[in-house]
Design a protein around this ligand. Structure first.
Ligand SMILES: [Zn+2]
Length: 244
C-alpha cells in the first residue's frame, strides 16, 4: 500500500470510529448467561457466583443435565439466587441425532433440573447453536423460551414457532465470542470492546463459558464493575421476558 493510500484509509477508519463513539450509549439492560457443561469445574462456577454476588447481578445458567447429576449441591446453590435453564443432558449436536433422541435430551434435562431445584425450568439453549425446524417444535412443546440464536442472524436459523419466546444468545456484532471480548478488554480496554460489540443497543446479551472466565478473571470482574457503575440492570432471561 502506498503512503498516500495508507493515510487515506487510516483517516476514513478514524472517522468511522469517532462517529460511532459519538453515538455510543451505555446499555440499560445486561443479560448475562453461562453455559455450564461437563468440561467445567465447580471451582470455575463458584468464581462466577462470587463475582455476580459482589455486584448483586442477576443472571441465567444453562446447565447440562449430566453436569447437574455430578454436582447436585452446586446446582441447588445456584438455583437459590439465579435462574437455571436447560442445556440438554449430554451436550450433543442435535442435528446429528434422531428426533426421539432430541426429545429425550430436552425432556430428561428439564426433569433432572426441575427435580433438583424444585423450580420450573423455562428456558433451553441448544449446544453449538444446532437447531432445525423439528427441534424448534420440540423446544416449543417443552419450554417457554429458546436462547440459542445470534441476534441479527435470523437467516441462519430456522423460523421461531408461534408461542415460543426467543432471547438472543448474544448481541455481539461481529464475532459473538466472549473470549474475544475478554482479550480486548484486557489489551485495549473499552475501545477494543466497542469495536467488537454493538454498544448502541439498550439491551445487550452475552453468553459466557466458565472456562473462558477462568482464563480471564480480571476482565470478567472489570466487565461486571463497569456495567454496574454505569447503572445497567442485570437481568435473568425470565426477568427480561417478564415470566418470572
Ligand atoms: Zn454448550
Amino acid at each position: 500500500m502506498s503512503r498516500k493510500a495508507f493515510f487515506k484509509y487510516g483517516l476514513i477508519i478514524c472517522l468511522i470510529i469517532v462517529v460511532s463513539l459519538y453515538f455510543a450509549k451505555t446499555p440499560k439492560q445486561v443479560l448475562l448467561s453461562f453455559d455450564v457443561e461437563e468440561v467445567n469445574t465447580p471451582e470455575q462456577v463458584n468464581f462466577i457466583l462470587e463475582e455476580l454476588s459482589a455486584v448483586n447481578a442477576s443472571a441465567t445458567f444453562f446447565v447440562q443435565g449430566n453436569f447437574a447429576l455430578e454436582n447436585p449441591d452446586l446446582i441447588k446453590k445456584i438455583s437459590k439466587k439465579y435462574e437455571i435453564s436447560s442445556h440438554t443432558m449430554t451436550h450433543p449436536r442435535l442435528q446429528k441425532i434422531n428426533e426421539s433422541q432430541v426429545k429425550w435430551e430436552l425432556t430428561e434435562s428439564k426433569k433432572v433440573l426441575m427435580n433438583m431445584t424444585n423450580k420450573t425450568i423455562k428456558g433451553f439453549r441448544a449446544p453449538y447453536n444446532g437447531l432445525n425446524k423439528e427441534t424448534m417444535t420440540l423446544i416449543k412443546n417443552n419450554y417457554e423460551y429458546d436462547a440459542s440464536m445470534f441476534k441479527g442472524y435470523s437467516w441462519f436459523f430456522p423460523p421461531i414457532p408461534n408461542g415460543l419466546k426467543e432471547v438472543p444468545i448474544s448481541t455481539m456484532l461481529f464475532i459473538p465470542m466472549e473470549d474475544v471480548i475478554f482479550t480486548y478488554y484486557l489489551k485495549m480496554g473499552d475501545f477494543g470492546y466497542f469495536l467488537m460489540s454493538n454498544k448502541r443497543k439498550e439491551t445487550i446479551s452475552i453468553d459466557f463459558h466458565p472456562q473462558h472466565i477462568w482464563e480471564h478473571k480480571l476482565a470478567f470482574k472489570y466487565l461486571l464493575e463497569k456495567y454496574s457503575s454505569q447503572g445497567a440492570k442485570f437481568m435473568s432471561h425470565e426477568e427480561y421476558l417478564g415470566i418470572k
